[in-house]
Structure formats: C-alpha cells, structure tokens
Design a protein around this ligand. Structure first.
Ligand code: ACK
Length: 872
C-alpha cells in the first residue's frame, strides 16, 4: 500500500568532494560527504530541489547515511559532532536556489545508531544508518528539505521522500478511489464507494476508511445487484428467461415458482399463468394459486335448537394453506314461500365467516323449523378470481323442540341460584318444574326438588364442588324430557394456615367482618326500599319468594347491580343512585387529564357540615347531544350503586348546571399502568401483591353484585397516595367505545383484545369468569411494572396465539405462586378459572406467608411463549 515516490533528490555540490564507496554488501555507492571536524564553527548546508507533495499532507523522509565516531579521530575531538539537523521549508512555487536558512523549520536532530572508526575506514566498509522522519500537516504544493552540518564527519547516501495512500479498491461490488490519508496519524478518512454497474446500495451507501498507513479499514454497508440481476465473479449478471430475482437480500436468480412465468431476461418477478393468482402478501417464491373447490362430506347433527355442522377439507385447496369457510344460513319459509336469511339472533360458534376449523355450532335457532345452510370454502385468492364460479355444499336441517337452558345466578359456598326460561311451545300449561341435581361424577345418588317458578336457590351443597343440574317441566300431559346437563360450581371455603399472630389477626378480622356484615344487613334492611331487596334464602323451593326492583328479579339475600337500561328514563337512574351536588360546593383547581367526554380536573369539595375532601371532576364538554349526556352520566348510575374500599367512590353528580360533572374521590397516583411504569422496580413483592389483593377484592365485590366489568386492565385501576388500588371506568358498551385499546372484532363489537377472555372475543360471552381472565392479565401487568401484554404483537396474532394455547410467560422475578395463579385465570374452560373470592383468599394466604413468594418459577415454565416468539 505504500507508494514510494522515490524522490532520490538532487543535492547541491557545495560539499568539498564526492567519493565512491561501497556499502555493506560491497556494492559501489555515491555519497555526499562533509568532514570538517578539525575546523571551528562549522555551519554547512545542503538542500534539495523543490519536491511536489501531489496533495499529500504527510510525507516521510528516509535517510541513509554513515557517520564517523568522534573518539576515533585523532586530536579533533573538541569540535567534532556526531549529529546533523534536518530542516524543511514549504512553498507553493519553486524558488531561487539561494538558501535562506531563516525560512527553514527544523524537523529533527539526526544521530547515528552506528558510527564507524578508522579501522572500518581501512576496510572501506561503511556502516549504513537508516532513519525515517515524517513531516506534516503540509498545506502547500511543495517543499524543500535541507541538512545542516555543525562539524560532523558524515556521508549522506540517499534521501527518499514518499507519502502513503490507500489504493483503488473494489469490494462488495463497490469501487473506492485512490485516496490520500489525512494529516494526523490517528485520522481515518471516510470514503463513500460507488456501486458498480447494475448494483445498488443495500440499505445505505457503502463506506470505507483510509488510515494514515494507507490501509482500507472499517467497511460499512455494501452494494448488491439490482433486482433482476445476480452477482457472479464480482459482477452483476442479468437473470435468464424463466428466472427472477426480486429481493435485494437474496443473492441468486431463482427459477419461477409453479404456475408462473418470466418471459424476458432481467425479471424481478414472475407473472401468474391464466386462472392462477397471487396476493400481495404471498412471498415471491410461492406458487400461483387458485380458489378452492367446495367443502366435502358435510354432515349436520341437530340438538334441540342447535345444529352442529361438520365437513372435510375441499378436494382442491388451490395450492394455498389459508383455506377458510363461510356459512350462509337461511330459514325455509313455510308453504314454499322461499328462503329468508337467518337474523342476528342466530349464534355461530366460533363465528360464521372465516372459519379455520371444519366445524361450526349454530345455536339459538327457532324450534321445529327448517333451515338451509350453504357451506363455502374460500382462500386468499377467491376475491381475485372473478371468473371463478363459487362452489357450495348445501345442508338442510330441521330443528327440534327447544330444551330448557339453565343459568347460574348468585353462588355461595353451599348454594347456587338457578334460573331458566319457560320452554317455547310447551305441551299445555306448565304446572311445575322438576330440578334434578347431583355432585359431578356421583350420579348414582341425586336429589330432585320442585319449583313453580323459573328460578330457585339450591342449598345444602358442598363448597368448592361441581354439581350437575337438569330441569324438566310438567304439564297436565305429564313430564317433558330433562334438559341437557348444566355444570356449576359452588364457592370455596377460605382456609388459612398461619402463625398464632395471624390466627389472632384472622379472629379479629372475622369479628370485624361479622360486625360489618351485621351493620350492612341492618343498613340494607333500612335501605331496601330505596335500592335492592335483602332477604334470607329459604330451604324449601315451594316457599321460594322472588324480589323485584324496577322489574329486576333478585335472588334472596343477594344485593345485585341494577342495569340502568332497565329504567325508561335514564335521568331517573342517575338520581336514584347518585347524589346531586350544587356546583358552588366544588372548586376546580387544575386539569389532570382528558376523558372521552371532556377534561378530568381536580379540586376540593366542601359539602355543608362535612370535612373538605379532594375530588376528581369529570366534565362533559359543551355542545353535547342528549345521547352523549346520557352516556356520560351512565357511569355515575353504575358507580353510585357500589360501596367498597377498592371501587372508586362516587361523591355525586352536577346535572342542574353546566358543565355537567361526575364527582369521584381523588386518587393521587393516577392510573395504575402509568404509575407502575414511572416506578419500575421500586416496590417489594408484598407491596405488589397488596395492590393485586385490593383489585381482586374490588372485583369480588363487583362479581357478587352481578356486575361484569368487561374492561378490567391496569389503565382502568386508580391508585391513591397509600397505594390502595381501586377499580374504575364503569359503563357497558360505552366503556369499550372510549378505550383506545378496544378493537373491532369480526362480530362488530369493540373489545380490548389483549385483556379479554377467548369466549368473550369469540361470542361476546362476558361473565365474571371473563373478568377473571382480565384480572390475570392485570396481575401480569403489575408484576412486570406496566409492560404491555403480548408486547407489540398484533391483536390478530394475540387471538391466534391464545387460541393455540400459548400464554404470557411469567414476568421477570415473578414468584411461582403468582404466575401459577395467572395461568389459572387463563384457563381456556372458563368454569376452571378461579373465582374472585378464591383469588382474594389465595393472595391473603401469600401475604400472611411471605416465604411462599420467594420461590421463582423454573425457566421451562416460560417456554410456552418463547416458542411462538421464536426466542430460544
Ligand atoms: O393516568 P392518569 O393520571 O389517571 O390520567 C387519567 C386521566 O384522569 C384521564 O382519565 C386521571 N383520573 C381519572 N379519574 C381520576 C381520579 N379519580 N383521581 C385521580 N386521577 C384520575 C387518570
């Protein structure tokens, strides 16, 4: 890499004489010598002619010389020198040869490594010294060198002046020109390469760095052949006919995939043959494909008013893996009046269109009715194949008598509330119902009880046990068939194991709870006229009494949430459950956030005769419609029904002046997700479990009230200054409408996919069990300090992953017991998920026994998720 300019320079002849010598190899050499060691005040100069730098900023001077040892000189040691000096002078033009010593700048004093003596001279062999010095930074076109002798005995054999440069280079299809390095030894000169013919930069232009030593270093980026070309022997060659190259990342031209052609050279893609298609997302190396043929071997299985349809995959899938099935459902009208499309009341499980499995359950059909189902297979290119005639398979079915569907109401440790609807078209007037039940897998002994009503509470059951229930009706014509089996589970006992202190604490807690329950019962009794009925459950179903509130059926002894929708006038619901506050009692101090309907502010509330408290004030912005006002106040009608330390407390509403406001207690630390992100890693496990316990307790209260939240997530939990977590954000569908996380599903609803149980996503089965699923996600959010569940995966990928039984891995440092609980909350079968009272119970146990929180899960427990994320 080093280019010697080989400036063996011409030197002036003021030396007294020039003699022929031989070097160490006895080769003859000519030198410039001076040896005035005997004379005083020597100042002899020798300078070169003008040397062009050719743009080099740093040049190197290699000197070869011999020097006489002063000690070997007889008598002249006093003035004898063993060094000489080197100088330079920069100029843009060749100048007068006359030396102007003052203009020269000293480079260095040069000493010999080896000097020679009289003896050596006798042999006529000179010991050659080589010294290299560098000059720079140079900025002029050229320079002179000069050597100063102050009384030494020297012979200058050669002066070579050179500079270094990085030579022209072709690397990774990029050309880099001859480059002169920078002036500093550590400097790297960046050079942008030029892509050779038919190549282009990959991501960024290629670059190399030229070092002071003339070496190319640190290559960055590269060129690759343009699409339609491939690299061969360092050049880009065009793809042949029948071959293509589309991506910059692939190196060689590939043969066109099946059913596609490239008729010219240099193809960047292949085009599909007639009747074959591709969609944008198909990879270039995928064959062109066709729509599938119709599904085969379709069969139906009628069960009362449900039909199970099953089929086999089509004979011809069209070469694609994305075959999906659509169902067209029509009701056959009597008397040959044709077909009518099934309405929205018919349910398809898991869905009607885009089915990936070869079966579907169609439920809620009319009894004793003929239906016609058209089954169609489609794939990714079905839409594109305009000339393709769709192929269907038809199934005609007739439904049977609708069976009785039993639903579960309030569940206690020893009781389960049941309700059912009267069967349609019963064979005469129903006289009574018979309820048969037994503990699961103990069907040899069962109990039968009777009821005249369509609901009852079955008591005397074992805690934490699964029971099977069947109901049948009796008319004057006798008993009908028993309904299918319904499985429901009783709530568990709460068992504590702990130290004496904790037992004492339990006793105190139980005593306090009892006192509170007593108080609540008395208060409930007093308030029953205003809100909801309370009464003790009766053992004999014949004596069973129903309680109504605004047309709402309530089970005895259970206080339930009342859907504001049951009020004809929504204003009545607001004022039944929320206190009207005069706006003069409120001062707005500052804005704390933005809600869907307007700003959220905070400030003091001074109610007469009450202590001043800080409150959050949700406002309804001006210019609202009546519907928006109703939707806004909806939340207050719900919140006002709750009274629990872990549910955000409603102080009241302002509706008689503008702006309309909802006043709630103020939570200093705002929403839980942001709070955790801000305080990443700052809490002990016990503190985190304490927060989770609070949320579970609030949720237990809501589920006991029969209220399903549907949007439980850390962003909807508020935290106060004592780290108490409270559930907030109430409403029905509206809650989901204003949640940025909620996404539209195929059924048209808006659902926060990452937090929602699969059955709620698939067929809107929102229950307390689906809230438990969401609670598991909240646990995960809390233990990972506000990490986004499933990270940046798309909603579709989350649905797929969960359907395929993958679950979030345990957060870092999450105790095994907590991860276990999360996984239980994410059981596919919702009846297998824990109930909120079991969750509270377990968390209490963990808090009382902190050593149980020390155990971290094994790594393989986290394996399930890594698999889909391809993390090894
Ligand atoms: O995360 P944040 O600070 O907590 O921002 C949102 C914002 O208002 C919009 O909803 C905050 N916020 C809502 N209700 C309350 C409340 N009762 N106390 C304190 N902050 C609240 C919420």
């Amino acid at each position: 890499n080093v280019l010697f300019c080989n400036y063996v320079v011409y030197l002036f002849t003021f030396f007294p004489f020039k003699i022929g010598e031989v070097d160490e190899d006895y080769a003859p050499i000519h030198t410039y010598q001076v040896c005035r060691v005997m004379e005083q005040n020597q100042n002899n100069w020798l300078h070169t002619n003008w040397i062009l730098t050719e743009g080099a900023q740093r040049v190197y001077i290699e000197l070869k010389f011999t020097l006489r040892d002063c000690n070997s000189l007889p008598g002249g040691v006093g003035t004898c020198k063993e060094t000489f000096n080197m100088y330079y002078y920069e100029t843009d033009e060749e100048e007068d040869r006359a030396m102007k010593e003052s203009r020269y700048i000293k480079v260095d004093t040069i000493a010999a490594d080896e000097s020679f003596t009289e003896l050596d001279l006798g042999d006529r062999v000179m010991k050659l010294n080589t010294e290299v010095r560098d000059l720079g930074p140079l900025s002029r076109k050229g320079f002179y060198l000069a050597f100063q002798d102050l009384g030494a005995c020297i012979a200058l054999v050669s002066v070579r002046v050179f500079y270094k440069r990085c030579p022209f280079l072709v690397k990774s299809l990029a050309e880099f020109p001859d480059t002169i390095p920078g002036s500093e030894a550590s400097q790297l000169v960046e050079v942008v390469g030029h892509c050779i013919n038919n190549s282009m930069p990959l991501y960024e232009p290629p670059r190399m760095h030229c070092s002071a030593d003339g070496e190319w270093l640190v290559p960055i980026g590269k060129c690759v052949c343009k699409p339609g070309f491939e690299e061969m022997s360092g050049y880009c060659q065009v793809c042949k006919v029948g071959f293509y190259r589309s991506q910059l990342e692939s190196s060689a031209c590939s043969k066109c995939p099946p059913h596609s052609v490239a008729r010219q050279t240099g193809a960047t893609s292949c085009s599909c043959e007639d009747e074959y298609h591709k969609i944008d997302s198909d990879p270039p190396n995928m064959a062109c494909t066709r729509p599938p043929s119709a599904p085969r071997n379709a069969i139906s299985n009628v069960n009362e008013t449900s039909v199970f349809l099953e089929w086999s995959i089509p004979m011809e899938t069209g070469g694609r893996k994305d075959v999906r099935y659509n169902i067209l459902c029509s009701r056959v009208l009597p008397d040959g009046r044709g077909l009518e499309e099934c309405g929205p009341n018919v349910r398809f499980l898991p869905r009607r269109v885009g089915l990936s499995n070869t079966s579907v359950m169609v439920a809620d059909l009319q009894s004793h009715t003929n239906y016609s189902f058209l089954l169609e297979a489609v794939n990714g290119v079905s839409e594109m194949a305009k000339d393709y005639t769709k192929q269907y398979v038809t199934l005609n079915v007739t439904t049977n008598q609708a069976g009785i569907v039993v639903r579960k109401g309030y569940t206690g440790k020893s009781s389960i509330g049941l309700s059912w609807a009267e069967p349609d078209r019963p064979n005469g007037i129903i006289l009574e119902y018979e309820i048969k039940y037994f503990e699961k897998e103990q069907d040899s002994s069962y109990t039968i009880i009777k009821s005249k009503e369509t609901e009852m509470v079955v008591e005397g059951l074992k805690a934490s046990s699964v029971y099977i229930f069947q109901v049948r009706a009796r008319t004057s014509a006798g008993y009908g068939a028993f309904s299918r089996r319904f499985e429901f589970q009783t709530s568990p006992y709460c068992e504590y194991t702990g130290t004496i202190q904790s037992t004492m604490a339990s006793i105190i807690a139980v005593a306090i709870t009892l006192a509170l329950v007593l108080l609540a019962v008395v208060a409930g009794f007093l308030l029953s006229g205003r809100r909801c009925g309370y009464s003790k459950a009766k053992q004999d179903p014949e004596e069973e009494k129903m309680h109504f509130h605004n047309g709402h059926i309530k089970f005895p002894g259970v206080r339930t949430y009342i859907d504001p929708l049951t009020y004809e006038d929504p204003n009545q619901a607001v004022h039944e459950f929320a206190q009207e506050i005069d706006v003069s009692f409120i001062s707005i101090e500052r804005i704390i956030g933005a809600g869907e309907f307007g700003e959220v502010c905070c400030g003091p509330l001074r109610l007469p005769g009450k202590r001043e408290i800080q409150v959050a004030i949700k406002t309804l912005k001006a210019g609202y419609t009546e519907q928006q006002r109703r939707d806004f106040l909806w939340e207050a009608s719900i919140m006002g029904q709750f009274n629990h330390p872990n549910i955000i407390r409603l102080e009241g509403v302002v509706t008689k002046s503008k702006p309309v406001m909802i006043i709630t207690e103020y939570m200093e630390n705002g929403s839980l997700d942001t709070f955790l992100k801000k305080n990443d890693g700052q809490f002990t496990v016990i503190q985190l479990v304490g927060m989770l316990r609070g949320i579970a307790s609030g949720m237990r209260y809501l589920s006991d009230m029969g209220y399903v939240h549907r949007d439980l997530a850390a962003r909807n939990i508020l935290v106060n200054s004592n780290l108490v977590c409270k559930v907030s954000d109430f409403g029905l569908s509206r809650v989901l409408e204003d949640d940025a996380e909620a996404a539209y599903t195929t059924r048209g609803g808006k659902i926060p996919i990452r937090w929602t149980a699969p059955e709620a996503i698939a067929y809107r089965k929102f229950t307390s069990a689906s809230d438990v699923w969401s609670y598991g996600i909240v646990m995960w959010e809390v233990m990972s300090y506000g990490e986004r569940p499933y990270w940046e995966m798309s909603n579709q990928d989350v649905i797929k992953a969960v359907e395929e039984n993958y679950r979030l891995p345990g957060p870092m440092d999450c105790p095994e017991a907590l991860y276990h609980l999360m996984m239980d909350c994410w059981q596919r079968e919702r009846t297998n998920r824990p109930k909120f009272d079991e969750i509270v119970c377990l968390l209490d146990k963990l808090i009382r026994n902190p050593s149980s929180l020390k155990k971290l899960p094994h790594l393989e427990d986290n394996f399930c998720f890594c698999e889909i994320l391809n993390i090894s």
